[in-house]
Design a protein around this ligand. Structure first.
Ligand SMILES: Cc1cc2nc3c(=O)[nH]c(=O)nc-3n(C[C@H](O)[C@H](O)[C@H](O)COP(=O)(O)O)c2cc1C
Length: 442
């Protein structure tokens, strides 16, 4: 099958053998780069990260080397590395595969990065539901400890308790400190005052698992992978109306069409592609006409959307975009931490208005009100959670306006309401937005 852009770096070697054990990882050269890194000056490592141009894989895409170089020096306080393994953006399931397939690559990345930022304290904040991944990482850490590879570095695995906001970096820091997970106002940024008010580098699992390869190739060589401004590979989580969902690691700049049709096997049941969410539920949607947009940061920005967390959700022509907007808004309403008003109140307004449109109980005014509420959320919240609700909803209205109009004109949903998404997403309770256990829907 001709599949464009497949290139395994983060997941390399893990499909045909079990790399979870230390001996297996060492057999493919694991931890040799750590030894090399420890002979290098920390700044020389940061220079490699800068030269690699690797951008964060958690969502915002901030250059990793630059973030590391912002860390405050000479504060007299310890420097922390915190790895974000919360992975709660709907549609995203790549970090879990990295953790259960190549836990040692993540640990090696942590130890190299810790050396680069002169830290001996690492926290991995892992999504509470990821018990299997937690156990694999815990066992891997025990082996690393037993083999004397930690060399004075402490790596703490901290299990989250199931809140989307704890994936937001400052919410995660609060949670790690034992407080309620709510975002902090910035500045000060974590690089200056992060965990325990100390300089802290926060990176996503995939970003840190990329570090050994950067060192192996050298930053300048790594930067040649992918396309300009989007160096390296990303693990894309493909789901929704596609024959072969799953994680696919591709060089950045690869074709979205090829991911969906060549690797993913296209749309099942002879249906037509209607829309694609290219970076997790919080990003603006693309229409079927935009399926040739390349999978890189700049191409997505030009198309008015984002690569986000790398979760590609495929939507076929059975789905109702109003219902999709409602489901997305319900999720963010449920997860809003309540600390700031535009997010707490705005997400509730979105749900209410979308319910009215979906149920055929709205007028033209409410469609405008919906866009107005989105506008009053966007960029006005303490953290980007509010934007995560407003951006997709506004994009559904702007790109599928005739569909919203039909709901108003015809007094209800022409697509069969909630069931129109049964084949795209897991079912949720229509009033609370919480997932319905599978057995209850059977
Ligand atoms: C509401 C919200 C939830 C987030 N959830 C996650 C998450 O689950 N995992 C993650 O890596 N980043 C998440 N992020 C992004 C983090 O705030 C942060 O940018 C990221 O962990 C930095 O790592 P990176 O630079 O390697 O991408 C979230 C952001 C927001 C606003």
């Amino acid at each position: 099958m001709a599949a464009e852009g497949v290139r395994e770096i983060v997941l390399a070697g893990s499909k045909d053998r079990d790399l979870t054990k230390l001996a297996a990882y060492r057999a493919i050269g694991g931890y040799e780069l750590l030894a090399r890194a420890r002979e290098m000056a920390p700044q020389a490592l940061i220079d490699e990260f800068l030269a690699a141009g690797v951008r964060g894989r958690g969502g915002a895409g901030f250059p990793m080397g630059r973030k590391a170089s912002f860390l405050a020096k000479g504060t007299g306080k310890p420097t922390y590395l915190t790895v974000n393994a919360d992975e709660s953006e709907p549609g995203t399931f790549k970090d879990r595969e990295i953790m259960f397939r190549v836990p040692h690559r993540l640990i090696e990345g942590c130890l190299i990065t810790a050396h680069a930022i002169e830290s001996t304290n690492v926290f991995i904040y892992i999504r509470g539901e990821y018990l299997h991944e937690f156990e694999i990482l815990r066992d891997a850490l025990e082996e690393v400890h037993g083999a004397g590879l930690l060399d004075g570095v402490t790596i703490v695995l901290h299990r989250g308790a199931g809140a989307y906001i704890c994936g937001e970096e400052t919410g995660m820091l609060e949670s790690l400190e034992g407080k309620r997970g709510q975002p902090r106002s910035k500045p000060p940024f974590p690089a200056v005052q992060g965990l325990y008010a100390s300089p802290t580098l926060i990176n996503n699992v995939e970003t840190i698992a990329t570090v050994p390869k950067i060192l192996e190739l050298g930053g300048a060589e790594y930067a040649k992978l992918g396309v300009e401004n989007s160096a390296g590979t990303r693990v894309f989580s493909l789901s929704g109306n596609v024959v072969r969902g799953g994680n696919y690691e591709l060089e950045l700049g690869a074709s979205l069409r090829s991911l969906i049709y060549d690797l993913g096997g296209g749309i099942p049941d002879g249906r037509q592609l209607k829309a694609v969410i290219p970076g997790g539920s919080s990003v603006p949607v693309l229409t079927a006409d935009e399926v040739d947009t390349a999978l890189d940061f700049d191409s997505m920005a030009q198309a008015g959307t984002m690569l986000g967390s790398g979760a590609v959700i495929v939507i076929d022509d059975r789905a109702c975009m109003v219902q999709l907007g409602l489901r997305v808004a319900q999720f963010y309403m449920h997860e809003s931490c309540g600390k700031c008003t535009p997010c707490r109140e705005g997400t509730r307004w979105l749900v209410q208005i979308l319910h009215a449109i979906e149920d055929g109980e709205s007028s033209q005014d409410e469609l405008e009100l919906l866009l107005d509420v989105c506008d009053r959320i966007l960029g006005k919240c303490l953290c980007p959670l509010g934007d995560a609700a407003a951006m997709p909803v506004a994009s559904y209205v702007n790109r599928f306006r005739e569909e919203f109009q039909r709901h108003i004109d015809e007094g209800g949903c022409p697509y069969g309401g909630a069931s129109s998404l049964d084949h795209v997403l897991a079912p949720v309770d229509q009033h609370t937005g919480t997932p319905v256990p599978q057995e209850a829907t059977a």
